[in-house]
Design a protein around this ligand. Structure first.
Ligand code: GLU
Length: 553
């Protein structure tokens, strides 16, 4: 076809497109940003629930844009309408909000480079494709899906590259008359790229994370517009990131193999390519096989981000974990600068892992424990209440009704150089502090006790009635327990006991253990005397009664 014929063809295929690409180029003017400012975007498809890998890439988008004074925007990539899930878009925006990953602009945030949802940009894509048709760089392809499947099957049998290229691209050079005839016969079509690539040539490319990569040139006539006139991911990505002036596309490395196509699209459309940063997948050592594998929706509960919300992983700790897997030197920096914020750290693509990053639950738990240990009892109370209001209403009510006591319990062992480090999730507050709320303790009773001893109730009642003074300090309290122990045939210390075990019934630690089990139902708890102080004598006695009922069952 000559140019006039191609113009006729373009008008025939896109009768409603009256803008030109220049119109859009003028509409989406350059951003006014300083040198080095990064413009990043999170481009989720509402085809499934947000997972940890998505969150990691959005986190990277945010930190790189923020630290360079650029912009981070949210673009909904809903080109695959068939795979859209109900509530998928709301899920994306609420996850960003819940996890404090805050775009500067984008879908539901506003901005000058919208619409930030691809289904509202069809005309834009068609305008550029119309221009490619005129330039002879794209063409309508009338091949049916069955025909294409047959070709791919044949290619698989013959062990040649799969796709529509070379002689397989039968509609590449149809004449205008042939196209018109197909159209008048009601044949449907897609628009394909007329790939100018030569697979014998090599493209060299530098990924910000992976470094230098080499690929054969792309020569497949990839679909640009589907039968319904909507774009494929490839076309939409290139046009949007050009018009929205994205500087860095940070995305999962499942897209690495598409780089030659994307670079070619930038070239044929006459755009300056973006910089790419392909993030290594999050991996895990499979418990069954011992092999390293990608984290999986089916096998790993922490794959979907819901897990973090439902279990009550504090956002700040999760951000620290994401920072740890984003840059290999973050963890060490944070150890030395634990009073600083993530935003004080300078992230760099060079420090981003190139292979897989393994998911380390212990590391995440430790970060969470440190987070909780640094919060005051009142802060832990307030945050747990916020979490419970969303996930456990019944517990939220209990928390509200027992506010003063709860804060006192949560404040135990918070002062001093080594604050208590036992909680790693909001959901664990309920577990760990169940003895703090009378009604919960009554219900749970001694079900958490996993020892096999039966403790002497009379002995402990005697201690509570005659020796316990709750108004003294910890030292005086303990001296008194020791005195009581010795008077009742127990050693005053484990050391004394060990020297002559036959001479004693046990030691002071056994007396404390008995009290602890009776009032908390478990063998381990924060500082015993502090718990006794919050409970007060009457409630301590109530619990001893409960214990006596429990053992007499
Ligand atoms: N919509 C694509 C996805 O969800 C985004 C990939 C990209 O960031 O370019 O996988």
């Amino acid at each position: 076809m000559n140019k006039d014929e191609r113009i006729e063809l373009a008008n025939l295929l896109f009768p409603n497109i009256d803008k030109t690409k220049e119109d859009y180029e003028n509409m989406y003017s350059e951003r006014n940003l300083s040198e080095g400012a990064m413009v990043t975007r999170y481009g989720p498809s509402p085809t499934g629930n947000v997972h940890l890998g998505n969150l990691l890439s959005a986190f990277c988008d945010m930190v790189y844009a923020n630290q360079t004074g650029g912009s981070f925007f949210l673009r909904i990539e809903d080109t695959d309408q068939k795979r859209m899930i109900d509530g998928g878009i709301d899920n994306i925006t609420s996850v960003l909000e819940d996890f404090a990953i805050t775009p500067n602009e984008g879908y539901s945030y506003g901005g000058d480079y919208g619409p930030y949802i691809q289904s509202e940009r069809t005309e834009i894509y068609q305008t550029y494709v119309k221009d490619l048709i005129i330039e002879g760089l794209a063409y309508p392809c009338f091949m049916t899906e069955e025909e294409e499947a047959e070709i791919k099957e044949e290619q698989a049998i013959n062990k040649v590259r799969i796709g529509i290229y070379g002689h397989y691209a039968a509609d590449r050079d149809l004449s205008l008359e042939e196209v018109k005839e197909n159209l008048s016969n009601g044949k449907t079509f897609v628009i394909r790229l007329k790939s100018p690539g030569d697979p014998n040539k090599i493209v060299e490319f530098k990924d910000c994370i992976k470094g230098k990569l080499k690929f054969p040139e792309h020569d497949i006539d990839t679909i640009l517009l589907k039968k319904d006139g909507t774009p494929t991911y490839h076309l939409a990505h290139v046009i949007d990131d050009h018009l929205m002036h994205t500087t860095h596309v940070i995305r999962g490395d499942e897209w690495v193999s598409s780089i030659p196509l994307h670079l070619q699209l930038f070239r044929v459309l006459g755009f300056k390519p973006v910089k790419y940063a392909h993030i290594a997948p999050i991996t895990i050592k499979d418990k069954e096989t011992g092999n390293i594998r990608k984290i999986s929706k089916r096998k790993d509960p922490w794959f979907g981000v819901k897990y973090y919300d439902e279990n009550g992983i504090p956002i700040e700790a999760l951000h620290l974990y994401l920072a740890t897997i984003t840059n290999t030197n973050f963890e060490e920096w944070y150890l030395q600068n634990s009073d600083k914020n993530i935003s004080d750290f300078e992230f760099s693509f060079k420090k981003q892992p190139v292979g897989g990053t393994s998911f380390d639950e212990d590391k995440l738990n430790n970060l969470c424990k440190t987070y909780f240990s640094r919060k005051s009892g009142e802060e832990v109370y307030n945050e747990t209440l916020t979490w419970a209001k969303k996930h456990d209403e019944e517990y939220a009510k209990l928390l509200e009704n027992n506010k003063d006591d709860m804060i006192k319990y949560l404040s135990i062992e918070k002062d001093g150089p080594r604050p208590r480090k036992d909680i790693s999730k909001y959901s664990e507050v309920k577990e760990e502090f169940s003895y703090a709320i009378d009604s919960m303790f009554e219900k749970e009773n001694y079900s958490k006790y996993d020892g096999d001893k039966v403790y002497d109730i009379d002995l402990i009642n005697n201690y509570i009635d005659n020796y316990l003074d709750l108004d003294v300090d910890n030292n005086d309290w303990f001296n008194k327990v020791r005195e009581f122990s010795i008077e009742n045939g127990y050693a005053g210390s484990p050391k004394d006991y060990k020297k002559d075990p036959d001479n004693y019934k046990g030691h002071v630690g056994d007396i404390c253990e008995a009290i602890r089990v009776m009032i908390t139902g478990r063998l381990k708890s924060p500082d015993l005397f502090s718990i006794m102080k919050v409970l007060g004598k009457d409630r301590i006695k109530d619990r001893i009664n409960l214990y006596s009922k429990f053992i007499s069952k």
